[in-house]
Design a protein around this ligand. Structure first.
Ligand code: GUN
Length: 282
């Protein structure tokens, strides 16, 4: 069965839109979201524009800031500081990757904790591991959790295997699964006997960035397979999972596109609304 991220993300956006209309009617307030993009990376531009468009549809006021690729780190940090102080801005993010002359960690650290709608700050990652309910959580793993919940897929007592140990996906995904009572294995590209590990997975999350990396022979019958990959190749766009073969064995599987990607964007709006409610005590 397909885990339809496109459809579920539309439902979530509709629910957020209704909730915001209700809050606006009662209080006159709308959430504000600032997005900073540095330079001209074409893939980033597509993502940023879809986030700006989504805000408009849902009823979030959007404040885009496009800075030139040669902007100084100091100027970028100053811009973040101004947005930190701006009461109309509930959430913000700086689109990654950044040019090499800018220190990404320094930039993320500059964002106020309560406005970190990417959930990238160390404090927010820590709060996630501790099971905090209202902290801001990284959008991709949060979107995966929402998708599993919508399809009533139980995690307690299950063997969950994650391939990829990034700060944005693998590590926070492990935190979510640990808190949900799963038994968690986090693999990476150097893991020994990887197939032995993936074959054992009831839930398999793949975020390794290699097109069609996971094949049918690596997956257990009836597994739930979540594909985080977006690989642009000459033959087209592919996930990290060889969909044709693996979908025959999986009980549930996310397609690429239309699986995890739209859920990630929906969670950014969810987090902005969460920050709005936290910050303004709604
Ligand atoms: N670049 C690719 N994905 C992301 C994301 O989730 N957040 C930010 N800030 N940049 C990204």
């Amino acid at each position: 069965m397909i885990l339809d991220g496109k459809n579920i993300s539309s439902q979530i956006k509709e629910e957020l839109k209704k909730e915001l209309l209700d809050i606006k009617n009662k209080t006159g307030l709308v959430p504000g979201f600032a997005i900073i993009m540095v330079g001209e990376n074409p893939a980033s531009k597509i993502y940023v524009n879809s986030k700006i468009k989504g805000c408009k549809e849902i009823g979030i006021e959007c404040f885009p800031h496009f800075l030139p690729g040669d902007v100084s780190e100091e100027k970028l940090l100053e811009t973040i500081d101004e947005l930190n102080k701006d009461k109309k801005v509930d959430g913000m993010l700086v689109q990654l990757p950044l040019p090499k002359h800018i220190d990404e960690n320094k930039v993320i650290q500059k964002i106020a904790l309560e406005k970190d709608v990417d959930g990238f700050k160390p404090e927010n990652l820590g709060l996630l591991f501790l099971g905090n309910k209202t902290s801001l959580k990284p959008c991709t793993p949060l979107g995966i959790m929402e998708l599993l919940k919508k399809y009533s897929i139980e995690l307690q007592g299950k063997d969950a295997v994650i391939i990829g140990r990034s700060n944005i996906v693998g590590k926070p995904m492990a935190g979510f699964f640990i808190n949900a009572g799963a038994t968690v294995t986090v693999c990476n590209s150097k893991t020994k006997n990887l197939k032995e590990k993936t074959k054992n997975a009831d839930i398999l999350v793949v975020a390794i960035g290699v097109a069609k990396f996971i094949t049918e022979d690596m997956v257990k019958d009836g597994a739930v397979v979540i594909d985080v990959g977006i690989n642009r190749t000459e033959e087209g766009l592919f996930g990290d999972v060889e969909f044709e073969g693996v979908s025959k064995k999986a009980s549930y599987i996310t397609p690429v596109p239309g699986g995890v990607g739209p859920m990630t964007v929906a969670m950014l709006f969810h987090n902005t609304v969460q920050a709005f409610k936290n910050n303004r005590k709604i």
